[in-house]
Design a protein around this ligand. Structure first.
Ligand SMILES: CCCCCCCCCCCC/C=C/CC(=O)SCCNC(=O)CCNC(=O)[C@H](O)C(C)(C)COP(=O)(O)OP(=O)(O)OC[C@H]1O[C@@H](n2cnc3c(N)ncnc32)[C@H](O)[C@@H]1OP(=O)(O)O
Length: 324
C-alpha cells in the first residue's frame, strides 16, 4: 500500500504536466476566458466551465486552457472534485477544432496534437474526482473529454418552448463519418468505457448515441430529464460562473453537483489510489508513446485523401450553419 501511495503521489500528486508538456502555456488571464474556473473550498468542489463559442471546439489554446485550469485547481489542496461543464446549453464540446486539421501549419500541427495528449494526461490522470455535466452534443473529442472524467451525467434533451422542436444531444466517437479514424488511445478509452464489442461497432460506424442509448451501453452513467427543479442549493448557485448563473435550477447541473459531493466525501488517498488501478498504465503508455503518436497523427492527417475528406466536412459544417 505504501508503494502504491508513493506511486499515486508520483502520478497524481506532482503534476506530470510541468515536466512533460512540450507546449507553451497561456497566461491564466487568457486561459480563464476559454475555461472559467470557480471553486468552493467549503464543499471541496470546483467547476470548470468551457467557454469557447460557438461550439467549445478544441483548438490548441483551448486544450492548453483546460490543462492550465486543472493544474490550478489541483494546486488547491482543499478541492477534491470538479465538474466539467459548458456555457453553451446545447453543446458540451464539438470535439477538435476541425480548422486545426485542414491545411495545417506544419509547425503548429504537432504542438496542437501535443496539447490534446496533455489533456488526456492531465484530465484522465487528475487527482481530482471529475464529473462531466453533458448538457449538449459531445461528438469525437467532446466524447473523449467526457470519457476522461470519472463520472458522466447527460441531459435527456429538451423541447424549445417557442418552436416546440425537441433538442436531443448525442455523444460518441464519430470520426469515421469525417473520413478519419479516432486515435488509438481515444478508441481504447471507448473500449474501456463501454466494452469491446460495443466499442468495435461504434468506432467502425462512427455512432453518435442519443442519451438513452448512451446510458444503455454505459457511455454515460446517468441521464437527467430537463424539467426545471423547484429549488436550488445555495452552494451550487455560488459555484456557477456568472455566464450560467441562471442554471441553478438545471437538474443536470444539480445531479452533477450531488455526484461531485459524493466523491468529495471519499478519503482522497483511497480514491486516488483506486483511480490509479485502472488508469496508471494508460497514462504511462501515453507518455512513453507520445512522439510516435504525434508522428502517426501528423502523417495521417496530412494525407491528400484525408485532407480532401476534412475540407469537404468543414465546408458542409459551414453551409449547414449558414442555412439556419
Ligand atoms: C498505427 C496506426 C496509426 C493510425 C493513426 C491515426 C491517427 C488519427 C488521426 C486523426 C485523429 C483526428 C481526431 C479527431 C477527433 C475530433 O474531435 S474531430 C472533430 C469532430 N467533430 C465533429 O464532427 C462535430 C462537428 N459539429 C457538429 O456536428 C455540430 O456543430 C454540433 C452537433 C456539435 C452542433 O450542431 P449545431 O448546434 O446545429 O451547431 P452548428 O451550426 O453545426 O455549429 C455552430 C458553429 O460551430 C462551428 N463548429 C461546430 N463544430 C466545430 C468543430 N468541431 N470545429 C470547429 N468549428 C465547429 C460551426 O462551423 C458553426 O460555426 P459558424 O456558426 O459557422 O461560425
Amino acid at each position: 500500500m505504501n508503494s502504491l501511495r508513493a506511486r499515486a503521489h508520483l502520478l497524481f500528486g506532482r503534476r506530470s504536466h510541468q515536466s512533460l508538456a512540450p507546449h507553451q502555456h497561456l497566461s491564466p488571464a487568457v486561459a480563464n476566458d476559454l475555461v472559467i474556473s470557480t471553486v468552493d473550498e467549503n464543499s471541496g468542489i470546483a467547476m470548470l466551465t468551457m467557454n469557447r463559442p460557438p461550439a467549445n471546439s478544441l483548438s490548441m489554446e483551448m486544450n492548453e486552457a483546460i490543462c492550465d485550469s486543472i493544474k490550478t485547481i489541483e494546486a488547491n489542496a482543499k478541492i477534491q472534485s470538479v465538474i466539467l461543464s459548458s456555457t453553451n446549453p446545447k453543446i458540451f464540446s464539438a470535439g477538435l477544432d476541425v480548422t486545426e486539421l485542414v491545411s495545417p501549419d506544419k509547425d503548429r500541427l504537432p504542438r496542437f496534437w501535443n496539447s490534446l495528449q496533455q489533456v488526456y494526461i492531465d484530465l484522465y490522470g487528475s487527482r481530482l474526482a471529475t464529473v462531466a455535466a453533458i448538457q449538449g452534443h459531445a461528438p469525437a473529442a467532446g466524447c473523449f473529454l467526457a470519457m476522461a472524467c470519472d463520472y458522466r451525467v447527460m441531459s435527456a434533451g429538451d423541447i424549445n418552448s417557442d418552436t416546440k422542436k425537441k433538442h436531443v444531444p448525442t455523444i460518441g466517437l464519430n470520426e469515421t463519418q469525417l473520413g478519419i479514424a479516432a486515435p488509438p488511445w481515444m478508441g481504447q478509452l471507448l473500449v474501456r468505457t463501454v466494452g469491446f464489442r460495443q466499442a468495435e461497432l461504434a468506432l467502425a460506424l462512427g455512432t453518435l448515441f442519443p442519451p438513452e442509448q448512451a446510458l444503455a451501453v454505459g457511455l454515460v452513467d446517468d441521464i437527467v430529464p430537463h424539467q426545471k427543479a423547484e429549488s436550488g442549493e445555495d452552494q451550487l448557485i455560488d459555484l456557477l460562473p456568472s455566464q450560467i448563473k441562471d442554471q441553478a435550477l438545471n437538474p443536470l447541473l444539480q445531479r452533477a453537483y450531488s455526484q461531485a459531493r459524493i466523491y468529495a466525501k471519499i478519503p482522497p488517498q483511497a480514491r486516488v489510489a483506486s483511480k490509479m488501478v485502472t488508469r496508471e498504465e494508460h497514462i504511462f503508455r501515453m507518455i512513453a508513446k507520445r512522439d510516435e503518436d504525434t508522428q502517426h497523427f501528423c502523417g495521417f492527417v496530412t494525407q491528400k485523401a484525408v485532407q480532401k475528406n476534412l475540407s469537404a466536412y468543414v465546408e458542409a459544417l459551414k453551409n449547414k450553419s449558414a442555412k439556419k
